[in-house]
Design a protein around this ligand. Structure first.
Ligand code: HEC
Ligand code: HEC
Length: 208
């Protein structure tokens, strides 16, 4: 990052600004570059404001900035290893430096999430039950305890409201098989059966 050499009373003082200094407020050039990327590159798949239409591509609008930055770094470090992450995001993230990642994360966090699907079904009401209370006999904890009562997430816990059901289902299966290797979500998903994964995914897609 920027290095300023200043002369103070004849002594050279080197101030090195680490990238952490910019983490929350990207400078104007980085912010413009990130917006340009979001509109011309990322938007092809994720939608220009992060409200993707195709379920293969996760919705990013309104997602927590910390979570977004952590995922982009995980793609870049090649540690998020489910097949679609490898195929679509490893190459993409390899081109991004920390400052651009932070600016992209702020961009999407500030976008307004649009509803993805509406309506309720029997499946979605089963999903709501699981989301709020877990599945006690199988030792599945309530999702709301980490992802929040409204599924808007919190800091490191991603927003799930309005996410494509197909994407949520695929991620739950990836956590279960450890292809996406995250201990905390492996613990949650390991005893969740397919019908219940489907139900909770259907519920989440309908949430504003
Ligand atoms: C060619 C399509 C494509 C492009 C272009 C693309 N992505 Fe992705 N992105 C994907 C797919 C597919 C996934 C889901 C990967 C998975 O299933 O694990 C994804 C996942 C993500 C995630 C994880 C979301 C979550 O909820 O965990 C983030 C963040 C992300 N992309 C950001 C970006 C950014 C920023 C750019 C532009 C620099 C970008 N993507 C460009 C296809 C794309
Ligand atoms: C103990 C806390 C905790 C509980 C309980 C929990 N989660 Fe998570 N969840 C997390 C964390 C942390 C992540 C982020 C994982 C990462 O860093 O990749 C996550 C990620 C996810 C993702 C990936 C989101 C994305 O955009 O890719 C999905 C889907 C998910 N959780 C669904 C659920 C469901 C459904 C339940 C309830 C059955 C649940 N979680 C319960 C902590 C939790």
């Amino acid at each position: 990052m920027a290095r300023l050499t200043m002369w103070l009373g004849g002594a050279a003082v080197l101030i090195a600004c680490g990238s952490a200094a910019w983490a929350d407020e990207p400078d104007a050039t980085t912010r413009l570059y990130a917006e340009h990327l979001a509109l011309t590159v990322c938007g092809i798949c994720h939608g220009t404001a992060g409200n993707s239409v195709q379920p293969k591509f996760p919705r990013l609008a309104g997602q927590n900035a910390n979570y977004l930055a952590a995922q982009l770094k995980a793609f870049r470090a090649q540690s998020r290893g489910d097949p679609d992450a490898i195929a679509y995001m490893w190459g993409m993230a390899s081109q991004l430096d920390d400052a651009t990642i932070d600016a992209l994360a702020s961009y999407y966090a500030a976008q307004r999430a649009e509803p993805s699907a509406t309506g309720t079904s029997a499946q979605a009401s089963r999903g709501r039950e699981i989301y709020l209370h877990g599945v006690a006999p199988q030792g599945v904890p309530a999702c709301s305890s980490c992802h929040g009562p409204d599924a808007h997430g919190l800091a490191e816990f991603p927003r799930l409201a309005g996410q494509h059901a197909q994407y949520v289902l695929k991620q739950l299966a990836s956590f279960q098989s450890n292809m996406r290797n995250v201990a905390i979500m492996h613990g949650v998903a390991q005893n969740l059966n397919l019908a219940d994964m489907d139900a909770v995914a259907a519920f989440l897609e309908t949430q504003p």
